[in-house]
Design a protein around this ligand. Structure first.
Ligand SMILES: [Zn+2]
Length: 92
C-alpha cells in the first residue's frame, strides 16, 4: 500500500515539475519578445498588427521609414492600400 502511495506522490511531483517548467519556459519566451519590442528589434506589421523582426526580408521603404511585414500577403495588402483601389496610373 505504501508503495502505491509513493508512486502516486512521485507521479504528482514529476507532473508538477513538468507543468512548472513548461510555464517557466513560456514566460521566458514572452519576456524575450517584450525585450525585443522594447529594444526596437521588433516592429509592428501595419497590416495585421503582428510583431516581426526588424531584420525581416519582407519590407517596404516609404521615404525614410522602412516597414516590415510578417508575410508577402500583408505586404501586398499594404501596397494595394497605399496605392488606392482601382486607381489607374496611366498603365495600359
Ligand atoms: Zn501581417
Amino acid at each position: 500500500m505504501t508503495k502505491l502511495l509513493i508512486a502516486i506522490i512521485c507521479g504528482f511531483v514529476v507532473w508538477k515539475l513538468f507543468m512548472g517548467d513548461k510555464r517557466y519556459k513560456q514566460n521566458k519566451s514572452e519576456e524575450k519578445t517584450e525585450n525585443l519590442k522594447a529594444s526596437g528589434e521588433m516592429v509592428r506589421d501595419p497590416v495585421c498588427g503582428a510583431y516581426v523582426s526588424k531584420n525581416s526580408d519582407i519590407r517596404v521603404r516609404q521615404g525614410d521609414v522602412v516597414l516590415n511585414f510578417c508575410s508577402y500577403d500583408c505586404r501586398e495588402t499594404y501596397l494595394k492600400r497605399i496605392q488606392g483601389p482601382g486607381e489607374g496610373d496611366g498603365q495600359a
